[in-house]
Design a binder for this molecule. Sequence first.
Ligand code: ZN
Length: 386
Amino acid sequence: MNRRELLKVLLLGSALELLTEAASARIRRTVIYSVRYSSNGERTRIVLDCSGEIPKRRIREKLKERELWLEIEGAGAVRRLKKKLKSPLVREVTVYPINRRRTKVKITLKNYHRFKIFGLKSCRGKPFRIVVDVFPEFIPISCKVRRVPKRVVVLDPGHGGKDPGAVWPVRSKHPTIEEKRITLSIAFKVRKLLSKRSDIKVVMTRTRDVYVPLLKRAEIAAKECADAFVSIHADSMPNYPQWSGVTVFKASPHLFAKAERTAMAVAKKIRICNDVMCWSITPTLINLSTTVTFAESSKLAEAIVRDLKARVNDDLVNGIRDMQRNIVVLKTPGRPAVLIESGFLTNPLDRRRLLRSSYQWEIAKGIAKGIEDYLYSLNNVALIEG
Ligand SMILES: [Zn+2]
């Protein structure tokens, strides 16, 4: 080996050394290398895949208007990553590499929403992930004063399309009974009954067998400035086949307290309107508006139960229950809302009854009369507007 060759080998060696050093540095350095998401009506999940773990304290969040910013210390990004989302909640996610150990992430929300950020440890071949879950949060939408004093009722036939709701036989792939058909059929009957009134406008969240996300349903209630929002469902309780009858649910007070807190956080002021005028109130008074809504939802539920009892066999009306679950459609501040479970597909008698047109009419008549009675009582109550 002459000097020249020796030099070559030496140079190559140090170059190799440098290369491996760089490679191992790259392995040690944590980078965000991809953005993924999934979305359904209730939640949009954004996932940032990372090459290493990032402690929660290294992730700072900041909400600027409708932009949620994450500042991540201790991680770079392979390059600028941008993703447009097909989601009702989030428009876009962009990952901006600032330097090798700092990254900013911009999540553009379509509206004010709740979110949750957490890390998922690497497992079963999956890398460490930063997860951002975005949940819908209802906020009041401004309502125009109605020129013609018509009351607006939004009827919400539960489920639809890819979501059949409860089915019979339970968990069957090819069910003979689907909740979505029963709810639509009852809702049509209620609409028919209410349409006879020239002073009531009926809006339906769906009139076909289509999937409508829950947020969209609540939005329809808000945009239409509904005086009453009535969601129609049928239940399934495989472990309690003896359970039967119609139940009317209203949101429990603590759900309203939650909605109120959000409203406080985002609303500068809200307006209270009746049919002829509006006036503004400050957030300190929002408490009042949600209390009014809660009281109004109870009144609507009571009226429907009373009228159901007059039409459907008394024993079959279970009365009013507080909905403990976090139901989006019942969280409409300013819009009185109830959810009606018209019967149990898991109860043999209910199952037969619910398919009968005559029984569906009985329930529909009870619901329609209850809504009418409630609206009548409303004449002197101010409507709450966002
Ligand atoms: Zn249902």
